[in-house]
Write a protein that binds this ligand. Structure first.
Ligand code: AMP
Length: 414
């Protein structure tokens, strides 16, 4: 059977086809810049050259239809028939506070996606458009929805409640939800395989450092706390997002400069973070490091603050977990920046965190350990793979006895 994973965002749709036994990637498709100039379709299959083609598509639903049609195009396609696809895993960002596992697609699931669209207006409606298009084109397949918030939905109230009037939680659902759940869960499960001792008592902090950055404190298969909150703005400093901030700053700016909610949103999400503090006009870590290498003092300071905030969360999550067995670095920055890993770990020897500089600097692609010999805490670099995680969870939900998805069976049993 082929498992298809669909990740429909606000301006792109990504499809990945896996074989359900070994989870080998068989084909990938991408439509990017949907509804903008230069919309392009990319199609790749194992052993074949990548096809890139300008196309005209203005909405996500049509992009999914087109990609599926191209997958089985008699001349350029990479599958012989859509009937080969037995299961589809859909990525959806917000599932609220009640969904803790992947779920089968049905009316209740689409209602959940709609209900939480108000809190993820740039994501959930596009996810739903992708689902509806895929259901029409693949009526024979089993459809599963994997929510980004699900892994954090078992956080305890001490972690998810904000100290605000209770009615804001009860009426308006204002609480910490957390994001990047599929990635945190995936690298946590990978890490467990490298940790001695009983997996259920291992204490792991996962650092997903990419365009968006978040950390999670995990033990017993459960996310106990995570740095993103009601929205993906809270927590760590990011490329163009500010992360943690004194909320009074916003009131002050509104009163003093009369800035509007839209301007506040733009300021905090798009004009802050690494880009703002460095003045480099880019949130891409590589550009900031390049400026630092050329002697730009603000770029250096931006990087130091970025790492300092990771360090603060490492300390607080060590307290939440009552100690640490492993810290995992993942996503674009976590996997590729020895500098950020070094700055974030510096001075944390008292927690058992002791980075080996030569292991940290050594280039590598797969899972690797970068702690000094004999260090109490394992420091792991683990490439994240949200598509693979969604494919495995999809198969686990519909064929729970299949060995390949075994890690998820352990998780479900916790
Ligand atoms: P992601 O959202 O996981 O794709 O991560 C994007 C972030 O990873 C951007 O800030 C990139 O600058 C950063 N990144 C990607 N590759 C590298 C690299 N080789 N060295 C440093 N940062 C990188």
């Amino acid at each position: 059977m082929i498992v298809l994973v669909i990740n429909a965002g606000s301006s792109s749709v990504k499809l990945t086809c896996f074989d359900s036994e070994g989870f080998r990637v068989l084909a990938k498709g991408l439509v990017e810049r949907v509804g903008q100039d230069g919309t392009t379709l990319h199609l790749w299959a194992s052993g074949q050259a990548t096809l890139c083609r300008p196309i005209q598509v203005t909405d996500i639903r049509r992009a999914v239809e087109l990609l599926l049609a191209r997958l089985v195009d008699p001349e350029e396609g990479v599958l012989s028939s859509l009937a080969q696809i037995g299961a589809v895993g859909h990525r959806v960002v917000h599932g609220g506070d009640s969904v803790t596992q992947p779920v089968l697609l049905n009316e209740n699931t689409t209602n959940i996606i709609r209900r939480w669209s108000a809190l993820a207006p740039l994501h959930n409606p596009h996810g739903l458009a992708g689902i509806e298009a895929a259901e029409l084109s693949l009526p024979h397949a089993v459809h599963v929805v994997v929510f980004d918030t699900a892994f954090h939905a078992k956080m305890p109230p001490v972690a998810y409640l904000y100290p605000l009037p209770r009615e804001l939680y009860e009426r308006d659902k204002i609480r910490r939800y957390g994001f990047h759940g599929t990635s945190h869960q995936y690298v946590y499960l990978q890490a467990l395989e490298h940790l001695p001792g009983p997996p259920e008592s291992r204490r792991v902090v996962t650092c997903h450092l990419g365009n968006g950055c978040s950390m999670a404190a995990i033990t017993g298969g459960r996310s106990l706390d995570t740095s993103m909150g009601f929205t993906p703005l809270e927590g760590l400093m990011m490329g163009t997002r500010c992360g943690d901030l004194d909320p009074a700053i916003i009131v002050y700016l509104q009163e003093r400069h009369g800035i509007t909610p839209a301007q506040v949103n733009d300021l905090l999400n798009k004009q802050s973070g690494l880009a703002a503090l460095s003045g480099v006009a880019s949130g891409d870590l590589r550009d900031i490091v390049e400026a630092m290498d050329q002697g730009d003092h603000h770029a250096l300071q931006a990087l130091q603050i970025f790492a300092y905030r990771i360090k603060k969360y490492l300390g607080s999550y060590a307290a939440v977990l009552g100690g640490l067995d492993a810290v995992v670095f993942t996503a674009g920055i976590g996997e590729n920046s020895p500098l950020i890993r070094r700055l974030a770990c510096q001075g944390l020897e008292f927690l058992g965190i002791d980075l080996d500089d030569s292991l940290n600097d050594a280039p590598g692609k797969g899972l690797r350990e970068i702690q000094a010999p004999g260090a109490a805490v394992k420091l792991l670099v683990i490439p994240t793979d949200e598509e693979l995680a969604i494919a495995q969870q999809t198969v686990h939900l519909i064929q729970p006895n299949l060995n390949a998805a075994g890690r998820y069976a352990w998780l479900t049993a916790q």
